[in-house]
Design a protein around this ligand. Structure first.
Ligand code: ADP
Ligand code: ZN
Length: 747
């Protein structure tokens, strides 16, 4: 694929289902190789395309010439291209857009509007920082024919001592020294060299070195299962199922260490890296350097730097959120997906990929071990393990035999107020014992919404079909979807009645009530209202860690990944809130979330205790979470999925049809469904077509939304139907139709 080609195949990042052929002018032939970008004429535009390789026979007579080749080094390998092609086909997405998604945003900065049409290669461009370094000149130049000056000699001394030193460093010591450096260069005493400088996302972080732990017996068995597969260099997918605190991370660390010893690299995917500073800290403490981190808080430039470090083999471990699945890491020995059940592995727009699923695909292509870890695996993972498609590794106990916390269920039906007597007493006692507590409520804001006492109409967002959440501190009613905000009205906008009542409770109200109950307690609130500032999240966590706070109140943000040994009491308010979601995964999500929150209690010396409040405590998701009965939950949930025909017993694809004009959206949704029904008959395949129906969020940011859900027992039937739909559909330009394979967000 790397021989010079006269005709090449190019993928273009537009919503087009095909690739294009171009001729390569002679002077570019040695550079127009696969894995590089090319500037190509397209209609009357110039676009950046991705060279896939030499084109097979082409029937087109008058091919256009490419204008330029934009990279001096390949951006992706043949193996990565195969992976991109797989994703394009599986997710029914144009290959050019898949490649674009896989490349770091920073690289595309250079691609914008080059006036000359000639763009910078990989080693240039705005996002790369280059700095001049000075080195001593050739040794022969010891006899100095002309005096360079005292300051220049001093500078020379420093360069000699350091071996090489950056211009910036010299300026720090000597102030302006350009004339002296120029002089030294003229005399052949120093040479200047341009080097690329990598921004280091770890800078200013202190790391203490950490040694591998002696494993307990379950950990040992799990690690051995993984390392023996690593030795064989075969694709081997594992499900590491262990309660929080059972030592999963220790296994990742030791398995990765084994992979590195074999000369392999490791890819670690985490749900949201900004929320897990502790995890990245542990990797640094164990491995020191050689780690690249890719996460959403990086600037485009930093991201691009990390990407290039990886591409050049300077990082052996890559840790990142979902997009890191496309990291340009070669020779992968192990892929870890931590908290594999997290919905955030799914990308919700553009290429709607699921990094957890792609980890298995990439792992297979790389013949790597793939370790999916969770305390509460996906129902589909448990099923796959039962069928033998994943090897299950169980860590049933917490490290050091710490018991799981005792859980009390409190039915709140008919009771007023946010806090039950049990939770109130528990909080008071915990405070008296000098321990910490966490209170969880998965709803931010003060009241859930304001409702008119007269006409009973709640306040609704004008752009979205959702109620506005009342935030007392800000004196505003807010839409949590589009950020629409109005001053909280004194009267009902519908009927003018002056009495608006607050319905439901959010974290803000919970914090307020806790302050009344425990006036001297130091209470922190953590939700997206209090963590929008940079570093605010880490600040709140460190106040819990250093004991300068007593109670942490928050949304699901507090449920994840933190290890607070002093927390002995966890309260859950409104445990059933997530059961009401119009989503077949509502029970699964509720079980996962409750289990995670419950797992926050008693991680230290003192045993923990949990109070779970719910209107109705009978649901199996709540019951099983409270009883630490994962097996019981999965049994019942799989039964429900089988009866209702949901994954893992069927495969799903969702069409989302949206637009600004309601009637066009309805029309186009109907047309799409009719075409699907027609094609299904034509292809003689069995796919269930549900809808079109209004989406649960019927209006979002002013757009009307309808959806069609496809269910099929056979994945290839579903795939064939979607492929022919894409070939045949003619969609009006005023609506958007997106196809989501294995949808996660059903709203
Ligand atoms: P998980 O990832 O399942 O939540 P961790 O790997 O974070 O579990 O382990 C929980 C705690 O126990 C951590 O502080 C970890 O350092 C410690 N730990 C893990 N394995 C061992 C072991 N074999 N011996 C002693 N401490 C351990
Ligand atoms: Zn809105």
């Amino acid at each position: 694929m790397t021989s010079p080609a006269a005709i090449i195949e190019v993928a273009i990042p537009l919503h087009l289902d095909r690739t294009f052929h171009y001729r390569v002018p002679e002077h570019l032939q040695h550079r127009a190789l696969s894995g590089r970008r090319a500037l190509v004429p397209f209609g009357n535009r110039k676009l950046t395309g991705y060279i896939l390789g030499e084109a097979a026979e082409t029937e087109i007579a008058n091919l256009k010439d490419i204008i330029d080749v934009l990279d001096s080094e390949p951006l992706w390998t043949a193996g990565e291209l195969e992976f991109f092609r797989w994703a394009a086909s599986y997710y029914q997405h144009p290959l050019g857009e898949v490649v674009q998604t896989a490349l770091p945003a920073g690289i595309n900065i250079q691609t914008r509007k080059g006036t000359s049409g000639v763009e910078a290669p990989l080693t240039g461009g705005k996002s790369v920082r280059r700095e001049t370094f000075y080195l001593p000149g050739p040794v022969e130049a010891v006899t100095i024919p002309r005096q360079p000056g005292a300051k220049a000699l001093e500078i020379l001394e420093v360069i000699r001592e350091a071996g090489d030193i950056s211009g910036g460093e010299l300026r720090k010591r000597f102030g302006t020294c350009t004339p002296q450096l120029k002089r030294l260069a003229e005399l052949g005493l120093a040479t200047a060299e341009e080097r690329e400088v990598y921004r280091d996302p770890f800078r200013n972080r202190e790391v203490t070195r950490d040694e591998p732990r002696l494993l307990h017996s379950h950990q040992k068995m799990a690690l051995e299962a993984i390392t023996s597969c690593l030795d064989l260099q075969q694709y081997s997918p594992f499900l590491l199922h262990g309660v929080t605190g059972s030592g999963k991370t220790e296994i990742y660390l030791q398995a990765i260490s084994h992979a590195l010893e074999l000369g392999k690299t490791a890819l670690v995917l985490v749900p949201e890296i900004a929320l897990t500073p502790q995890l990245t800290g542990r990797f640094q403490a164990r491995f020191g350097g050689g780690i690249a981190i890719l996460h959403s808080a990086l600037s485009d430039g930093e991201r691009y730097d990390e990407w290039r470090r990886i591409r050049r083999g300077l990082a052996k471990i890559v840790i990142g959120a979902r997009s890191a699945i496309f990291a340009p890491l070669e020779n992968i020995g192990i892929i870890v997906v931590d908290e594999e059940h997290e919905a955030s592995f799914k990308q919700s727009d553009g290429l709607r990929y699921n990094a957890r699923d792609l980890a298995l695909v990439r792992g297979r292509m790389e013949r790597a071990a793939v370790v999916l870890g969770s305390a509460t695996p996906l129902v589909t993972s448990i099923h796959a393990a039962a069928q033998g498609r994943l090897t299950i590794l169980e860590l049933p106990d917490r490290v050091a035999g710490r018991p799981m916390p005792r859980v009390d269920l409190v039915a709140m039906k008919g009771s007023k107020g946010v806090l039950s007597a049990q939770l109130s007493t528990g909080l008071v006692e915990t405070g008296e014992q000098g321990h910490q507590a966490i209170v969880f409520l998965n709803r931010r804001g003060f009241a859930t919404f304001l409702v008119c006492a007269e006409c009973a109409k709640p306040l609704i967002c004008p752009n979205c079909s959702v109620t506005l959440t009342y935030h007392r501190q800000r004196r505003q009613s807010l839409c949590h979807y589009c950020d629409y905000a109005v001053p909280a009205p004194g009267t009902c906008p519908a009927c003018g009645c002056p009495s608006l009542s607050e319905l439901g409770a959010g974290t803000e109200k919970l914090e307020h009530e806790l302050k009344e109950l425990l006036p001297t307690a130091r209470i922190l609130r953590m939700d997206s209202d209090t963590t929008s500032g940079k570093g605010s999240h880490e600040r709140l966590l460190s106040r819990m860690n250093d004991g300068s706070a007593d109670i942490l109140v928050g949304t699901q943000m507090i449920a994840k990944g933190h290890d607070f040994p002093e927390v002995t009491l966890v309260g859950v308010v409104n445990a059933e809130a997530s059961l009401g979601m119009p989503d077949f995964r509502a029970a699964e999500r509720t079980f996962q979330l409750l289990s995670q929150v419950i797992g926050r209690a008693g991680r230290g010396e003192t045993p923990g205790r949990v109070v779970v409040q719910a209107l109705d405590t009978e649901h199996y998701a709540i019951q099983s979470a409270a009883a630490h009965d994962g097996a019981g939950f999965y049994r019942q949930e799989l039964e429900f999925r089988r009866e209702a025909g949901y994954p893992p017993f069927t495969h799903l694809a969702a069409f989302a049809i949206s637009g600004l004009a309601e009637h066009t959206v309805t029309e186009q949704a109907d047309a799409a469904a009719r075409l699907l029904a027609h094609l299904k008959t034509e292809l003689k395949i069995r796919v269930e077509i549900l809808g079109p129906a209004p989406s649960p969020l019927y209006r979002l940011r002013n757009r009307f939304r309808r959806q069609i859900l496809l269910k099929a027992a056979s994945r290839s039937d579903l795939h064939r139907l979607l492929t022919s739909w894409r070939q045949r559909a003619a969609v009006a330009s005023t609506v958007r139709i997106s196809v989501d394979i294995d949808p996660v967000d059903m709203m």
